[in-house]
Write a protein that binds this ligand. Structure first.
Ligand code: TMP
Length: 205
């Protein structure tokens, strides 16, 4: 089973994953946590280029293509082999981040971006995607405080508003795959809801 976590900046995804993983392992599941962009040696190198605060001249199309390059490697090297062995792969971001950030955020042609994503993933779609939804200004504040600022965080608040609206639009378009968790709530409450949503999906499979 392939599960992905998505969300605007500062939604807290990354802080929740280790606890979610431990919880599922205690229940006896084989779970492989990973992240995008990255998860492979090639992907981590591409991540460096994408996130470096030095690369301010990067065009939106370059950015879109670099994410797909990292993703193609990720799907082939990490995700498909583990799914084939019956493992649960849990990824901190995946293809929907491209639709949200490069598609909605940068206002690139959505059909073209979707086609690129399909090419990069070979059509691999998650079984479940959890959106940790958070108010944009609250999220950006959290991220700045945590000292995890990257090149994309420095885009305008309007960019990040479009990202969030894009996610909510995707939820509407594919309600069977997405579950929304309100990440504006207290951390423990968000963690509890996340565990319930993921466990329910795994038990139903
Ligand atoms: P984070 O998950 O550590 O916040 O960093 C990932 C950053 O990369 C975040 O700003 C979102 C961005 N991103 C995209 O813009 N497109 C993508 O396809 C992916 C995977 C990430």
């Amino acid at each position: 089973m392939f599960i992905t976590l998505e969300g605007p900046e500062g939604s807290g995804k990354t802080s929740h994953i280790p606890y979610l993983v431990e919880y599922l392992r205690e229940k006896g599941y084989t779970i492989f946590p990973t992240r995008e962009p990255g998860g492979t040696s090639i992907g981590e190198q591409v991540r460096e280029v994408l996130h470096s605060l030095k690369n301010t001249e990067m065009h939106a199309r370059t950015e879109t293509l670099l994410y797909q390059a990292a993703r193609a490697q990720f799907v082939e090297q990490v995700v498909r082999p583990r799914l084939a062995r019956g493992e649960i792969v849990l990824s901190d971001r995946y293809a929907d981040s491209t639709i949200a950030y490069q598609g909605y955020g940068h206002q690139q042609d959505l059909e073209q971006v979707r086609a690129l994503v399909k090419y990069a993933t070979g059509g691999l779609v998650p079984d479940l995607t959890v959106l940790l939804d958070v108010d944009v200004e609250m999220g950006l504040k959290r991220k700045k405080k945590a000292d995890e600022w990257n090149r994309l965080d420095a885009y305008t608040v309007e960019f990040h508003q479009r990202v969030r609206s894009g996610y909510l639009e995707m939820v509407k378009q594919e309600p069977g795959r997405w579950v929304v968790v309100d990440a504006g709530k207290a951390w423990e409450i968000v963690q509890g809801e996340l565990k319930n949503v993921v466990l329910e999906k795994i038990q139903k499979a």
